[in-house]
Design a protein around this ligand. Structure first.
Ligand SMILES: N[C@@H](CCC(=O)N[C@@H](CS)C(=O)NCC(=O)O)C(=O)O
Length: 232
């Protein structure tokens, strides 16, 4: 059995890896980090453990492994399970790259664009604030355009396929697409967009899976145990 420790920043890409570990049925430890955005970028206590502080980061039998796509491929290959496609299909490879190469750039940039504006606004004169807001709105429009295009392509695929693997079980593309697509079901989402029916049905299929439910419970329990409550 592996000695796996996953560093999970709440509400981040590392959710992909915790979900996969549950689907593969492998034992793992999880260290919870809470994101902070006050500085205008996203930081967390992860830098206490790993220099660049990126989530996900994991230790597999003592080896530091990073990049969600790499971690997911490594775990899928090393710990085959009937629940998950073990040898990625061409569809799986395409959608795994699409998640990080098309969906995340639009969503992540849109989110950082608003976080950055909030962080600098207080330091600017009213005139400068107007300029910053106009610039931010311009960028938001560009990110929204490319994000909506990506969401439409993903939905078109899901209209004729159950999973991004193209097969009858989730593959690396599904694990990679989960994080950006769940974002759109939250009250504040980066592009202010709603998901189309086939994508919503895919999310429902994931939420119904015991592996996904175990991931949600494990993260909630670990958060309760590891994150101190704010003093009132
Ligand atoms: N391509 C990397 C991106 C990792 C990444 O940037 N993660 C974000 C959280 S979703 C993060 O750690 N942000 C904090 C930072 O950039 O310092 C991956 O897929 O693992």
């Amino acid at each position: 059995m592996p000695d796996l420790t996953i560093h999970h920043m709440l509400g981040s890409r590392s959710e992909r890896v915790v979900w996969l570990a549950e689907e593969l049925g492998i034992p793992y430890k999880v260290v919870i980090h809470v994101p902070q955005t006050g500085s205008g970028r996203i930081t967390s206590t992860l830098t206490d453990h790993i220099k660049d502080g990126k989530a996900p980061s994991a230790f597999l039998d003592g080896e530091l492994i990073k990049e969600s796509g790499y971690i997911i491929e490594r775990l899928v290959q090393s710990f085959p399970s009937d629940n998950v496609e073990s040898t990625p299909s061409l569809d799986s490879i395409y959608w795994a790259h699409f998640a990080e190469g098309r969906v995340m750039p639009a969503c992540g940039s849109a989110m950082l664009n608003s976080v950055a504006l909030q962080a600098v606004t207080k330091k600017l004169s009213p005139e400068e604030q107007k300029g910053a807001q106009a610039y931010q709105a311009h960028l938001a429009k560009l990110f929204r355009g490319s994000g909506l295009q990506a969401l439409a392509e993903a939905d078109a695929f899901l209209q004729t396929h159950q999973w991004f693997s193209g097969g009858d079980k989730p593959g690396i593309g599904d694990f990679m697409m989960l994080f950006p697509l769940t974002w759109f079901t939250k009250p504040v989402n980066p592009l202010g967009a709603t998901l189309a029916p086939a994508t919503l049905a895919w999310l429902e299929r994931i939420k119904a899976r015991p592996g996904y439910q175990k991931m949600m419970k494990r993260v909630a329990d670990e958060r309760k145990a590891q994150v101190p409550k704010p003093k009132l």
